[in-house]
Design a protein around this ligand. Structure first.
Ligand code: NAD
Ligand code: ZN
Ligand code: ZN
Length: 345
């Protein structure tokens, strides 16, 4: 089969011919319908060789959905042809965090999975999934459209859900960076909060238009005026929740400026910026967190939201031979929502 692989660090990935994997006991072979191109892959491609000895090559694509092809020996509950989404952080299943469903914080694997750190991912015709608990049935959802739910959806959902107790009537949530993750966050905030004002911030006017269409009450171009506007809207107090989906110095600075006392400043973007902390910035008792992905039960909830048509990713499809182009467009800011690579169609 063909697979889009990272072959050398800091070199463009390549489309290569590799064997179709054979599912062993407990494993499942999935025919890939869609593999989302996440901005994290760009960070991975640009990174120097990691110190942990991650082996190359490996197939990219950590945001996957498809159809069950072959359940391995001993696998029950999944039939060939069934549409499934793949939970990405592949934990050990046995540590306390995994037993709580938080395989993203597995104490053994660190929550890495297919398409990350040496494990083959979904930018190939088939994906070998190590255990059936990583598959969630999609029901009537089309896996080509649903793939981004497993990362852009799940990561944003987890980041919102952990702060829901702050988002009562009259509250404000700010989403900085309205790309793949940010657009999901706006819709999730809309779906989970009835009377929260949702503000999207981006450097790209097109992204802001999309965010508005997806339910943002305000869409602001990044900069000092956005800070002033958010302060005005919140009577000088700032927002209960600020999600930074970019994570560079200017967005972190802005996040600290628009968060409120006792609020949450949540850094999701891996832009590599550092947040300055002193006595009064971020505001007093504003908690800062850097969540990674989400839990298995949360992915079930994200799929339910999509089945209820409360959230929908704006998807552009690319055949496998155009995967490199999809990443180039993402790098250039020219993907309107999410690029999804479709190996078989
Ligand atoms: P994306 O490229 O689709 O979206 C990024 C958006 O940020 C774009 O709309 C861009 O215009 C906007 N932007 C860039 N600079 C900005 C600035 N200075 N101010 C405001 N907006 C700005 O990327 P994505 O796939 O949505 O990923 C977003 C980030 O989240 C990436 O850094 C990615 O690595 C990270 N990520 C983290 C996790 C996690 O578990 N923490 C999971 C997935 C992705
Ligand atoms: Zn990702
Ligand atoms: Zn574990």
């Amino acid at each position: 089969m063909r697979a889009f692989q990272l072959v050398e660090w800091q070199r463009p990935p390549e489309l290569r011919e590799v064997p179709v994997p054979e599912p062993g006991p407990g494993q499942i072979l999935v025919k890939v319908a869609g593999a989302g191109a996440c901005h994290s892959d760009l960070h991975i491609m640009q990174a120097p060789p990691p110190a942990d000895g991650t082996m190359l090559p490996f197939t990219l694509g950590h945001e996957n959905a498809g159809w069950v092809k072959t359940p391995g020996p001993g696998v029950a509950g999944f039939a060939p042809g069934e549409a499934v989404i793949v939970y990405g952080p592949w934990g050990c299943g046995l540590c306390v965090n995994c037993r709580e469903g938080r395989e993203n914080y597995c104490q053994v694997t660190g929550g890495l999975g297919g398409g990350l750190a040496g494990h083959d991912g979904g930018m190939a015709e088939y994906l070998l999934v190590p255990a059936s608990r990583f598959l969630i049935p999609l029901g009537a959802l089309d896996p080509r459209e649903a793939a981004p739910l497993s990362d852009a959806g799940l990561t944003s959902y987890h980041a919102v859900k952990r702060s829901l107790h702050l988002l009562g009537p009259g509250s404000t949530a700010v989403v900085i960076g309205a790309g793949g993750l940010g657009q999901m966050a706006v819709q999730i905030l809309r779906a989970l909060t009835a009377a929260t004002t949702v503000v999207a911030v981006d450097t790209d006017a097109g992204k802001l238009e999309t965010a508005k269409r997806m339910g943002a009450d305000e869409a602001l171009l990044s900069g000092d005026q956005a800070v002033t506007r958010i302060k005005d809207m919140t009577r000088g107090q700032g927002a209960e929740l600020v999600l930074d989906m970019v994570g560079v110095e200017p967005t972190l600075r802005m996040a600290a400026q628009v968060a409120r006392v006792l609020g949450h400043l949540t850094v999701v973007g891996l832009g590599g910026g550092a947040l300055a902390v002193d006595f009064s910035s971020p505001p007093h008792e504003c908690s800062v967190a850097s969540p990674y992905w989400g839990s298995v039960p949360e992915l079930v909830e994200v799929v339910t939201l999509a089945q209820q048509r409360k959230i929908k990713m704006l998807v552009e499809h690319f055949p496998l031979e155009r995967a490199a182009e999809a990443y180039q467009l993402l790098h250039d800011g020219k993907i309107r929502g999410r690029a999804v690579v479709t190996p078989l169609v």
